[in-house]
Design a binder for this molecule. Structure first.
Ligand code: NDP
Length: 480
C-alpha cells in the first residue's frame, strides 16, 4: 500500500474541506443580494425543515415496524419455505406468542462475533486501502468534501479472502452467512439502532460540519431522517459512504454467494436461476464500485442526511431485503428453461445498459461543463445558478438532450428493468416474496422523483421550471 503517496493525496484533499468552491465544478460568481429568481430565500435547498405531525407519525411508525417486516420475511423463509401467508396462519392457529417463541430469530455469540468482526474488517479496509480521492457535490452550506474511493479494491479483497478461506482452505463453510442468518439479523439490528442514536447524539455534541445540520423541531423526525449531512470520524471516515458501500453493498454479493453454497449443500448442485441471480446482482454491485466516484454525486450522498433511514437502512434493510431472492431459491430451487433464462438475462442486461448509459450522460455533461456530444450531437443544456447558505451564488447545468431529454429520471427505468429481471429468476410458482424487490424499488424511486423535484425546485428556482417545461415527463415518456 502506497502510504506515502496516499498521505500526500489526503493532505491535498484536506484543503478541499474548507468552505470554498475552488475545487467544485460550479464556479462562485457573486455574493448575496443577487439571488437566482425563485430559489429559496433565508434557507438553502435540501431536506424539509417544517415537518407535519403526520410526517412525524409516519417516521416513528417506520422506525418501529420496519424491523418487524424484516424479521417477518426472515421467519417466512427460515420456517415456512418463504411463504408469506404461513406465519399469519400459524399465529392465528396457535397464537402470536407461539410464533415468536418458535420462529423468531435468536441471537448467538457466533453470530454477533461474525457480524462485528465483519464490520471491523470493512472499517479497516475502508480506512487503509489505497484509493484515489473523489469529490462529492457541493453541500447546501458550501462544502465540497473529499472521499477515498477504494470500494472496488475492498470488494475484491473481501471476496477473494472469503472464497479462498472457505472453498480454498476450508477454514469455514461457504454457507457460513446463510447458517448464521438469524443471529446476524439480530446483531445488525442492534448495530443499526445503535448507529441511529449515536449519530443523533453526535450531531448535537460533536458535529463534523455544524452548518450542514438540519433540525426539524421534532426529535423523532431528526432521528429518522438524520441531522448531520456528512458525519465523519476525522477527515475521511465518512459514515454515509462507508455504511452504504461496505456493510451494505459489499455484503450483497457475499450473501448471495453464501446462499448459493447453501443451495449446493442442500440439493447437490447450483441451479441456473441462482447462477443468473448471482450474476445480475454482481453486475449491479460491481457497477457501483467501478463508478464509485460517480456515486458521490448521486442523491444518497448529495441530498440525504444520516439518520435511521440510512444507518439502519444500510445495516439491515439493504443486506436482508435486497437479497430475498437468493433466500427464496435456497428453499425453492428453480431450474429455468434455457429460452426463459435467455429472456431474463437479456432483460437484465438491457436494464443495466439503460441504467449505466443514462447515468453516464449526466456525469459526462457535468464533467465537461456541457462541452460534449450526446447521441452524436452537441449536448443541449440549461445553464443554472443556485445559492449556498453562505450567500454565494454558483453555476451548474441541467442536461436536456439524449436520455435526459426523454424524461427527467430515465435512469430509474433502467434500474426498474434490471430489478424486475432479478425477481424473474425466481419464476412464478413460489408466491409473492421474491417480487418484493421490484415492488419496493418502484415505490422508492417514485418517492425519490417527488423528493428530488422539491429539492431541485428549491435549488434552481426558475431554471428548474425551464427544465421541467423542456422535459415534461418524469419517468416514462408520454405516460408519466
Ligand atoms: P440521479 O442520479 O438522477 O440524481 C438526481 C440529481 O441529479 C438531481 O438531484 C440533480 O442534482 C441532478 N440532476 C437532475 N436532473 C439533471 C439533469 N437534467 N442534468 C444534470 N443533472 C441533473 O438520481 P439518484 O441519485 O436517485 O440515482 C442514481 C442512480 O442510482 C440511479 O440510476 C438510480 O436508479 C440508482 N439508485 C439505486 C437505488 C437502490 O437501492 N438500488 C436507490 C437509489 C438510486 P444536482 O443538480 O444538485 O446535482
Amino acid at each position: 500500500m502506497a502510504l506515502g503517496a496516499e498521505g500526500s493525496l489526503r493532505q491535498r484533499a484536506a484543503d478541499a474541506t474548507k468552505r470554498s468552491a475552488t475545487t467544485a465544478k460550479e464556479a462562485v460568481t457573486t455574493v448575496a443580494g443577487d439571488r437566482p429568481e425563485g430559489s429559496q430565500v433565508g434557507k438553502t435547498w435540501g431536506r424539509a425543515r417544517d415537518v407535519s405531525t403526520l410526517n412525524v407519525l409516519i417516521c416513528g411508525t417506520i422506525m418501529l415496524t420496519c424491523p418487524l417486516l424484516v424479521i417477518y420475511t426472515w421467519m417466512s423463509c427460515s420456517s415456512f419455505g418463504c411463504s408469506l401467508a404461513a406465519p399469519v396462519e400459524k399465529a392465528l392457529a396457535k397464537g402470536v406468542w407461539t410464533l415468536v417463541e418458535e420462529d423468531f430469530p435468536t441471537p448467538t455469540a457466533d453470530g454477533f462475533k461474525l457480524y462485528f468482526a465483519w464490520l471491523g474488517f470493512q472499517a479497516l479496509l475502508y480506512s487503509y486501502l489505497p484509493g484515489k480521492i473523489g469529490y462529492g457535490q457541493m453541500t447546501p452550506a458550501g462544502f465540497t468534501l473529499p472521499y477515498i474511493v477504494n470500494g472496488l479494491l475492498a470488494w475484491t479483497v473481501t471476496h477473494a479472502l472469503f472464497i479462498g478461506s472457505s472453498l480454498g482452505l476450508g477454514l469455514f463453510p461457504a454457507s457460513i452467512i446463510h447458517d448464521n442468518w438469524g443471529s446476524l439479523l439480530v446483531a445488525s439490528n442492534v448495530y443499526g439502532y445503535f448507529l441511529t442514536v449515536f449519530c443523533y447524539l453526535k450531531a448535537h455534541v460533536a458535529p463534523t460540519h455544524a452548518t450542514d445540520r438540519k433540525f426539524s423541531g421534532s426529535a423523532i423526525y431528526d432521528l429518522y431522517m438524520g441531522i448531520e449531512f456528512n458525519p465523519r470520524f476525522g477527515k475521511y471516515f465518512d459514515f454515509k459512504l462507508f455504511h452504504n458501500g461496505r456493510p451494505g453493498i459489499v455484503a450483497w454479493t457475499l450473501i448471495n454467494f453464501s446462499f448459493a453454497a447453501a443451495q449446493y449443500q442442500r440439493i447437490g448442485y447450483v441451479t441456473n436461476s441462482m447462477v443468473l441471480l448471482n450474476f445480475l446482482h454482481a453486475v449491479y454491485v460491481l457497477d457501483f464500485f467501478v463508478n464509485e466516484d460517480w456515486y458521490l454525486r448521486t442523491i444518497d450522498i448529495a441530498h440525504d442526511h444520516f439518520g435511521f433511514y440510512l444507518s439502519w437502512g444500510d445495516s439491515v434493510w439493504l443486506p436482508f431485503m435486497y437479497t430475498l431472492q437468493s433466500h427464496f431459491l435456497v428453499r425453492n430451487p428453480v431450474d429455468m428453461s434455457w429460452p426463459y433464462f435467455s429472456f431474463v438475462l437479456a432483460l437484465g442486461l438491457a436494464g443495466y445498459y439503460i441504467f449505466r448509459a443514462v447515468n453516464h450522460q449526466k456525469d459526462i455533461v457535468r464533467r465537461t461543463d456541457g462541452q460534449c456530444t450526446i447521441w452524436g450531437k452537441p449536448a443541449k443544456v440549461i445553464r443554472t445558478e443556485f445559492i449556498t447558505s453562505d450567500g454565494k451564488v454558483h453555476r451548474s447545468l441541467l442536461l436536456c438532450s439524449g436520455f435526459w431529454g426523454l424524461s427527467r429520471h430515465f435512469n430509474y427505468v433502467g434500474d426498474l428493468t434490471i430489478s424486475l429481471a432479478m425477481c424473474l429468476t425466481c419464476g412464478f410458482n413460489g408466491g409473492a416474496l421474491p417480487y418484493f424487490y421490484i415492488v419496493y424499488m418502484t415505490i422508492l424511486l417514485l418517492q425519490r422523483i417527488s423528493r428530488d423535484q422539491e429539492r431541485c425546485k428549491g435549488k434552481y428556482g426558475k431554471y428548474w421550471e425551464q427544465y421541467s417545461a423542456a422535459v415534461p415527463y418524469k419517468l416514462i415518456p408520454y405516460i408519466y
